[in-house]
Design a protein around this ligand. Structure first.
Ligand code: HEM
Length: 498
């Protein structure tokens, strides 16, 4: 398999992630009501997949123009051709989006939605349609001009055109629904543009380095600056958008929308961890090299391997992003709102494991706790039950109010989870992991005991997520404990991080 196909393959993980999240939240269920037309299942599944493909095509177009025509010392023809092809795919997804939107809005079967009169009405008379039309015009320019790019000047112009086209959908979706919400629209547009620069840029960088183009180390140095700026803007605009759609911390923890945001924050932390590890590993191994020299085969293969992992996580975050944009933001929080089970799993395991990945938590675990890992697991379980009971029971509301009560509950679970992960990583605490594996489903059964219709799909999915994370934690623990000769990259990375 070539470097190009291997790098692209990582992105595909987003499709199952997207469909799984939508299915869990009931977004793939036909709502049959007598006398009211039903949106067909094929549309419910195809529209999000089309939007996901559109966002990936956007990222690849922007990344290929950035690396191939702006950062490279000479225009890289291979990348400008990829930019043209990705722009053609972007155009195709826009055409498909118009048909699928007609099917969704008018609840028509797909065969009846390919109706040029209705599609033209959508494109010419609605905000969404006009945005799609403007986007299609700009993308057509990139598709036809990118492969002809002859110098950096033209590359910069094309990059600006592509970034404007990527920014436009920010005017629609949840930010566009709230008319006059300027910060939400600008913020979401910037979020998508910088996500595209980062994700698409990394893929283009892997292709550039893997195909023997000139001065890869210099281009990587330039791209690192863009990547760092992008991560900062993505985190800021993501949190700004989240804050504009949620009325506070309580909605973050008690809604499905908030749970997906927590998952995105966790993945962003993991991605930052990959970036840091990559720098630490490379700096540790190639300390003697004055400049990163990607012509060195050993260096190049390490770089490409780490890129593959990063792209995999990026694919997952794109799946989560489309699921988020297809999920209704919650209303105002009220007393009695419960933390979602998914939110609890992310607080007690997801975020702590992500933090552990970035900060080498293990060596920092308090000695007293490391001596009793099983007791720490029990404490984490008690924290889950107490916070899950206390937040909605009214005690939190009566004493400190919904927002502060939920914040305190969340901090307790996060602190207990972080201690648990630190202790498990510090020593071979398989027993503690087993206690959590059995204890968490029991804790959730207790918290959900009053649910009239039993466990929802969301609860089952959250339990599976928890068990999966615990297996991952146990695997890491065992592999670290059983490795007598440490893996070279990890030694350098861990030493630098510790
Ligand atoms: C701190 C972490 C993050 C937060 C809080 C966050 C939050 C958000 C929010 C609130 C939206 C708007 C969804 C809506 O329309 O309701 C969004 C959309 C989006 N996010 Fe993020 N995000 C984060 C990280 C990321 C990362 C790391 C990426 C990719 C590298 C990313 C890519 C996207 C994309 C592509 C969309 C647009 C989806 C669409 O087409 O509608 N986000 N994000």
């Amino acid at each position: 398999m070539t470097v190009r196909s291997r790098t692209f393959l990582g992105l595909a993980v987003g499709a199952p992630v997207l469909l799984l999240v939508l299915w869990t939240l009931g977004g793939l269920t036909e709502e049959q009501q007598t006398g009211i037309p039903t949106v067909p299942l094929v549309t419910l599944a195809s529209l999000p997949l089309d939007l996901w493909l559109r966002d990936l095509a956007t990222a690849v177009t922007i990344g290929a123009v950035l690396v191939g025509a702006v950062l490279a010392p000479r225009v890289a023809a291979r990348l400008t051709q990829i930019a043209s092809l990705a722009a053609i795919l972007w155009l195709v997804t826009l055409v498909a989006q118009s048909v699928l939107t007609v099917s969704e809005v008018l609840a028509r079967p797909l065969s009846e939605s390919v109706d040029t009169t209705v599609i033209w009405s959508l494109l010419s008379q609605t905000d969404l349609g006009m945005v799609m039309l403007a986007q299609a015009g700009l993308v057509a320019v990139i598709a036809s001009a990118a492969w002809l790019t002859s110098g950096r000047g033209m590359g910069v112009v094309l990059l600006v055109v592509a970034m404007v086209a990527a920014w436009l959908p920010g005017l629609t979706g949840h930010s566009g629904l709230e008319h006059g919400h300027v910060s939400a629209s600008i913020g979401l547009g910037l979020h998508v543009v910088f996500a595209s620069l980062w994700v698409g840029g990394l893929i283009a960088m892997a292709i550039y380095a893997g195909s023997g183009e000139p001065d890869p180390g210099v281009v990587l140095g330039r791209f690192s600056v863009v990547a760092l700026a992008s991560v900062i803007v993505i985190a800021e605009t993501g949190l700004l958008n989240a804050a504009l759609r949620l009325d506070g911390i309580a909605a973050l923890l008690s809604s499905q929308y908030g749970t997906i945001i927590l998952a995105k924050v966790s993945v962003l932390v993991v991605l930052i961890g990959w970036g840091m590890r990559q720098r630490a590993a490379i700096a540790g191994r190639w300390r003697g090299l004055p400049d990163a020299d990607l012509r060195d085969p050993e260096y190049r293969s390490t770089f490409l391997r780490w890129c593959g992992w990063e792209v995999l996580w990026m694919g997952a975050v794109y799946g989560l992003s489309i699921a988020l944009s297809r999920t209704a933001p919650p209303g105002f929080s009220i007393a009695g709102d419960e933390m979602t089970v998914g939110g609890i799993v992310l607080l007690v395991l997801g975020l702590p494991m992500a933090i552990g990945f970035v900060t080498a938590l293990g060596p920092r675990a308090p000695r007293a706790a490391v001596a009793f890992p099983e007791a720490v697991a029990v404490v984490a379980l008690v924290a889950v039950v107490v916070a899950g009971e206390w937040v909605p029971s009214g005690m939190a509301t009566a004493t400190v109010g919904v927002q502060v009560g939920t914040l305190l509950g969340a901090l307790v679970v996060l602190a207990a989870g972080t201690l648990f992960v630190a202790v498990v990583r510090a020593r071979r605490a398989v027993g503690a992991v087993a206690i959590m594996m059995i204890g968490l489903p029991v804790a959730f059964w207790w918290l959900e005991r009053d649910a009239s219709d039993g466990w929802s799909t969301g609860t089952w999915a959250s339990v599976l997520l928890a068990e999966g994370l615990l297996v991952l934690l146990m695997r890491d623990t065992l592999s670290v404990a059983s490795t007598t000769t440490p893996v070279p990259d990890e030694t350098a990375a861990d030493r630098a991080l510790a």
